[in-house]
Design a protein around this ligand. Structure first.
Ligand code: MN
Length: 437
């Protein structure tokens, strides 16, 4: 079965001119969803589709525009502002709705005169999380991150022996997942430096983690394992994700049960959900490095070998308070590509997560783990870039950073580009550090 269809055609253009500008995050081939409303209105949340410099309001669009037979019912949950209810309709519905929206927004569509009246200005909107997140799990699929962080603690044995066999993860905190653009309060906690006793206070080693988040769109019953082939169909969408991390708290608390308060204070995602359907042109074969063990059978499938991996560029940018005051743009701290960075595919994360019968629910969020490239300077966290704080970075304006300081804005971006496909953006995730209270 071909992965791509008419909605991905590189020649497809929209009657909304700005969507056709090369390099735009939101061309007609993308069509991400978000929950939004007029800023400050206090109205119920609506669902919109990003298209060029506009957002199509799906409540208005369903009301004011004629849709083909069967499409109205697909749009019902979206018109009601409920992305989770739409996800619960399943993968066939996701595809049909995408096709309908693509045709309606395409150049020459006879729905254009109706939909022109349903466009919103994204700068006048505020955004919510796309859905209620029942559970958030963070994996550790970035092999270069695992190796370089492991080397800081265990120079002789950086990669633990389970790494090449088990997708390592931990249960994160769903209640503190927030959408981008907000303030992140510096956490307080217990840490132990070189002093004989631990101390409690504001974290002094506050860090980011450059990750992707996967939105689960279809549930499995408790006790039901999801095999590799079905695992693909449980994945609805993707977002850049920042797993804010307090390294001093983490280093002291993580043994023997793993991360806890060092990470549960905040996790940031984009309000935009880019669907897995939109990622079809950027699917790639899954390959293991030569000499590494092949995955166990429950983490292996022909489909995964052919197209389980994703070709996504991820970047982290920093703007300090001083840079902002001087109107200097953010500087890029690092970049990586998931093909190099991720040891496990999204389908493998789902199959592994459910391999013990654990029930995933619609709206669950899975973090990939920090996505670092293989080279120095490609670390997806300051822990790596500053070598645990030993080698501070010098920024373009002369400031130095080992970890994040109050007033720093950290911005994650992700996008896909490949020959023969139109580039799509996965949106941005930013957050600004506020002092501890
Ligand atoms: Mn993480």
């Amino acid at each position: 079965m071909p992965l791509t269809d008419a909605t991905h055609a590189p020649g497809l253009t929209s009657w909304i001119e700005s969507a056709n500008a090369p390099g735009h995050d939101f061309p007609i081939q993308n069509l991400p969803l978000a929950r939004l409303r007029m800023a400050g209105s206090g109205d119920p949340w609506r669902v919109g589709v990003a298209i060029g410099d506009h957002v199509l309001d799906l409540q208005l669009a369903q009301k004011q525009c004629p849709w083909g037979e069967g499409v109205d019912a697909l749009l019902d949950p979206l018109a009601a502002g409920d992305i989770a209810a739409f996800m619960a309709l399943g993968p066939r519905a996701w595809k049909l709705a995408r096709e309908a929206l693509s045709m309606a927004l395409a150049e020459g569509s006879d729905q254009a005169p109706f939909l022109e009246l349903c466009l919103l200005d994204p700068n006048k909107l505020e955004y919510s999380l796309p859905c209620v997140i029942g559970d958030y799990t963070d994996f550790f699929a970035g092999v270069h991150h695992a190796r370089s962080v492991g080397a800081l603690f265990r120079p002789d044995n950086p990669l633990l022996p389970n790494y090449q066999w088990v997708p390592i993860g931990y249960h994160g905190r769903a209640s503190s997942v927030v959408v981008e653009g907000g303030t992140i309060r510096r956490p307080c906690g217990q840490g132990k430096g070189d002093a004989p006793e631990p101390v409690f206070g504001p974290s002094r080693r506050l860090d980011y983690e450059l990750e992707l988040g996967l939105w689960i769109g279809a549930a499995n019953a408790m006790g039901e394992r999801v095999g590799m082939d079905e695992a693909e169909d449980r994945l609805f969408g993707i977002t850049p994700l920042n797993d804010w991390s307090a390294r001093d708290i983490q280093a002291w608390e993580y043994q023997p049960l793993g991360p806890f308060l060092a990470k549960s204070f905040a996790t940031s995602v984009s309000p935009w959900v880019v669907t897995f359907d939109a990622l079809a042109p950027f699917r790639r074969p899954f390959r293991r490095p030569a000499g590494d063990p092949q995955p166990l059978p429950y983490l292996d499938s022909p489909r995964n070998r052919e197209s389980g991996a994703l070709d996504i560029h991820v970047e982290a940018w920093l703007q300090t308070a001083r840079m902002r005051a001087a109107r200097q743009p953010p500087v890029r701290l690092s970049h990586a590509n998931t093909l190099e960075a991720a040891y496990w595919t999204p389908a493998q994360l789902v199959a592994h997560h459910t391999s013990n019968g654990c029930n995933l629910q619609v709206g669950d969020l899975l973090g990939t783990g920090t996505l670092s490239g293989p080279l120095a300077g490609q670390g997806g966290s300051l822990l790596e870039l500053s070598q645990g704080g030993k080698a501070p970075l010098t920024l373009a304006d002369g400031e130095k950073r080992s970890f994040l300081e109050d007033g720093d804005s950290l911005i994650l971006k992700a996008y896909c580009e490949a020959p023969g496909a139109v580039r799509i953006g996965l949106g941005t995730v930013s957050g600004t550090i506020a002092p501890a209270t």
